[in-house]
Design a protein around this ligand. Structure first.
Ligand code: TRP
Length: 452
């Protein structure tokens, strides 16, 4: 089956635009907020090794599979499965992605709201002269209150919806192209300051020297969830973006470049955070507040800290925004193409629904902090379910579909742009998505629930 490019569909206009949008989706709070604290809670270096293994072995193949499905299907996550499979069951994988999108967007906007508060705090120089302990208290009293976190969460959702209403070329592509390179530069500057702090070596040792005694069955699941979350895979974001990629662009190269950049940024964030954690006498397993406790201290100790701190939180919010739009787009593309609703209306409805769940996440740090399921707050439950269950499950179905149901010749044609490109390692790719990836994902699951 050959599905031509749909000329009426919006799409990316250049390779650079695609890379920025896809990297913009991948690089976000997952790298800078989530990665350091998950590494911190899971013992450091050994976790990092497992994480890197999962990126190479599972992450890149799943990402490429998503791009292949999306560009061949020329539709949203649900519609691409429907067109390519001709069955009514495979589209359910797309539907599961849409559920995951709501879940992730909800708790994502909570944290993105926090970063906006920190833009404000940096702007008014609120941390000037404060000790590490007092900086911690600022965060504690902020995130356990209700009004301000909600206010910022709403502001963030409005920004997200605003860009999505504008579409692909004039929305997503236009903004990400300019902003992502800036974030990278600034992170490098912060890394330099952090590794030259007294006692920095402790932090680098924590991050890079593996202590295998810290590993449990859950470590593998956490590493898998983090890898999928960070790469934006397992829920159809990259199926949706893949459907906007021009038939001339090279999917294998894009997958590789995006995964590489995303991983580089996560490691840089680790190198920025951990030396400072130890230099300021904090613990790496602070949890979700880690960067908010640590980073203001680095800026305090830095020449030009005011301006660097301000720029950093602005860019972090923007990184969050270029990710959140990619999550919302999954839902909106579905509503537009499958439910035939206008783009603007779809965006507003989807954003409002996600905001509603998002409010519960935000309040789970204050008035709803006692509402618990299996000992976890609403926020923790949604993050865990989406990242560690829905994404790996989605990834599993995606590789099974690509490896076993799409037809090897279809996969090859799509990857090679109808035979124009010579693709190396095609057989290895097929072997991975048919056997290695499905088995590995299932094993990690069984292992973590204690069956194995
Ligand atoms: N990858 C993004 C981050 O690291 C978050 C994100 C965007 C995402 N789209 C996604 C996560 C799709 C999972 C699935 O912040």
């Amino acid at each position: 089956m050959s599905l031509g490019e749909d000329s009426k569909r919006d799409g990316f206009s250049s390779k650079f635009g695609i890379i920025c949008a896809a990297a913009g989706s991948a690089i976000g709070l997952g790298n800078i907020w989530r990665f350091p604290y998950i590494v911190g809670e899971n013992g450091g270096g050994a976790f990092l090794l497992i994480y890197l293994g999962f990126i190479l072995l599972l992450g890149i193949p799943v990402m490429l599979s998503e791009f292949v499905i999306g560009r061949r299907g020329q539709r949203n996550a649900y519609g691409s499965f429907k067109r390519l499979s001709g069955s009514k069951y495979w589209p359910l994988v797309g539907l599961m992605g849409i559920v995951a999108a709501f879940t992730i967007l909800a708790f994502y906007s909570t944290i993105a709201g926090w970063t906006l508060e920190y833009v404000y705090l940096a702007l008014i120089n609120a941390f000037k002269g404060l000790e590490a302990k007092e900086i911690g208290e600022v965060f504690d009293s902020f995130h356990t209150s209700a009004f301000r976190p909600i206010l910022w969460q709403l502001v963030f959702m409005v920004f997200t919806a605003f860009i999505i209403v504008a579409g692909i070329k004039k929305g997503i592509e236009k903004y990400t192209k300019v902003l992502m390179p800036f974030l990278f530069l600034l992170l490098l500057i912060i890394v330099v300051r952090s590794v030259t702090l007294p006692n920095a070596g402790e932090g680098l040792k924590f991050l890079f020297s593996p202590d295998f005694s810290a590993i449990t069955a859950k470590t593998f699941l956490e590493a898998l969830g983090q890898a999928f979350f960070s790469l934006s895979i397992g829920m159809g974001t990259l199926i949706t973006y893949g459907s906007y990629v021009n038939k001339k662009n090279k999917l294998p190269n894009i997958s590789f470049e995006v995964s590489f950049t995303d991983t580089l940024i996560a490691i840089l964030a680790g190198v920025a955070i951990f030396p400072a954690v130890f230099a300021f006498g904090m613990a790496p397993d602070e949890g979700a507040g880690l960067i908010f406790y640590v980073l203001p201290n680095i800026f305090q100790q830095m020449a030009g800290g005011y301006i660097f701190g301000l720029m950093f939180f602005i860019l972090l919010s923007i990184a969050a925004l270029t990710s959140s739009i990619s999550i919302l787009e999954v839902v909106v593309a579905f509503m537009v193409e499958e439910l035939k609703l206008p783009r603007r209306k779809s965006t507003i409805l989807a954003a409002m629904a996600a905001t509603f769940v998002g409010l519960l996440c935000t309040l789970s740090f204050s008035s709803l902090s006692e509402v618990k399921l299996f000992n976890s707050t609403i926020f923790e439950t949604l993050d865990f379910t989406a990242s560690n269950v829905l994404l790996p499950l989605g990834g599993l179905m995606i590789v099974i579909f690509t490896g076993w149901f799409m037809g090897i010749s279809n996969v090859k044609n799509e990857m090679s742009n109808d035979g124009l490109l010579k693709i190396r390692l095609f057989d290895a790719f097929i072997f991975i998505i048919r056997y290695i990836a499905p088995v590995a994902i299932v094993l990690v699951f069984l292992n973590s629930v204690g069956i194995l």
